[in-house]
Write a protein that binds this ligand. Structure first.
Ligand SMILES: NC(=O)c1ccc[n+]([C@@H]2O[C@H](COP(=O)([O-])OP(=O)(O)OC[C@H]3O[C@@H](n4cnc5c(N)ncnc54)[C@H](O)[C@@H]3O)[C@@H](O)[C@H]2O)c1
Length: 295
């Protein structure tokens, strides 16, 4: 596999494009919005600058990485002669089904179609594709260039061949792939999201403040980041939609999003990406926070 298309240039898509490009793959980065593509490329460039200043890569590596990425606003053009598509668009089932229908129409039958979805069923996504054995979940973690784990999700029909080649490819990106079956939340979010939701519930119930809850989990449980800060980092809308999928999928009230989380999402307080969540991210603070994640 040499040619990769990444759909979505947001938080995850730009990190996925950066990672493939840094390891020498040619990447077509596709988004519906020019603005998102510009922002995504700026983020990649800034993150590469940080790697250069820490002497993890050279200035020439940075240039080579950026030169490996071409941007597109049109899926049919961006997925021509592509070996693997990694879809990392907004977490919305209808939107993803629509993208995969377009991929089915525009990619060759050999192209592997992966989704970075946090929670939507890979089997459901594969149901709109004519040969569903080539559809798989490739669930990278945030920030992608730094985090070692890739959860590899096998849909009901995903073939052994496709699974093996995606496991091998992940290793070539210096990641550690872990295989999981296709049930709501897979492994990572099935465990993480109830913890984040419980931290929000603890705050909502007035048991302790935001900083206090995060400090308990950081210093008491040796978590590198508190659950409320992590929720801001992931995006409160993303957390909310993952909990909804688990709530619907298991029909179990223990996964119901805390009413405070629902209210914050409705109010547009989505965490770092909107400038406010459980913490305030004014422009200067935002830069500090994001750079702290890459240190
Ligand atoms: N944020 C996280 O920490 C995290 C972690 C793991 C997985 N994920 C998953 O990754 C995916 C992307 O999440 P994100 O946090 O990067 O979201 P985001 O909101 O930061 O970015 C989504 C991008 O998708 C683009 N987009 C929307 N519709 C599109 C379309 N039809 N074609 C092309 N681009 C389109 C948007 O313009 C935006 O740039 C989701 O499925 C999410 O569940 C997120």
């Amino acid at each position: 596999m040499k040619n990769i298309a990444v759909i979505g240039a947001g938080t995850m898509g730009n990190g996925i494009a950066h990672t493939f490009a840094q390891f020498g793959y040619k990447v077509n980065l596709i988004d519906i919005s020019e603005e998102s593509l510009d922002k995504g490329m700026k983020t990649i460039s800034g993150n590469l600058d940080r790697m250069v200043s820490k002497e993890k890569i050279s200035a020439a590596d940075k240039e080579a990485t950026l030169n490996n990425i071409t941007t597109y606003t049109d899926i049919p053009k961006g997925v021509k002669e592509i070996d693997l598509v990694v879809e990392a668009a907004t977490e919305n089932e209808d939107l993803k089904l629509n993208i995969f229908k377009q991929l089915d129409e525009n990619c060759s039958a050999e192209t592997i179609l992966a989704s970075n979805t946090s929670s939507i069923s890979i089997t459901k996504i594969a149901s709109v594709v004519s040969n569903p054995e080539r559809v798989i979940g490739m669930h990278f973690m945030n920030p992608v260039p730094i985090m070692k784990l890739v959860e590899i999700i096998r849909g009901y029909s995903t073939s052994n061949e496709v699974t093996s080649s995606i496991m091998e490819l992940s290793e070539k990106l210096n990641k550690v792939p872990v295989e999981a079956n296709d049930y709501p939340g897979f492994v990572a979010n099935r465990i993480l999201m109830p913890m984040i939701n419980e931290a929000i519930e603890t705050y909502y119930n007035g048991v302790a403040g935001v900083k206090e809850i995060d400090t308990v989990m950081k210093l008491g449980m040796a978590h590198p980041m508190g659950p409320l800060q992590l929720a801001d980092f992931i995006g409160l809308d993303v957390c909310h939609s993952i909990l909804e999928v688990m709530y619907d999928g298991f029909k179990n009230p223990k996964y119901a999003p805390c009413p405070l989380l629902t209210n914050m999402v409705m109010a547009g307080k989505l965490g770092i990406k909107s400038g406010e969540g459980f913490y305030d991210y004014s422009e200067s603070k935002k830069a500090e926070k994001v750079s702290a994640q890459f240190s």
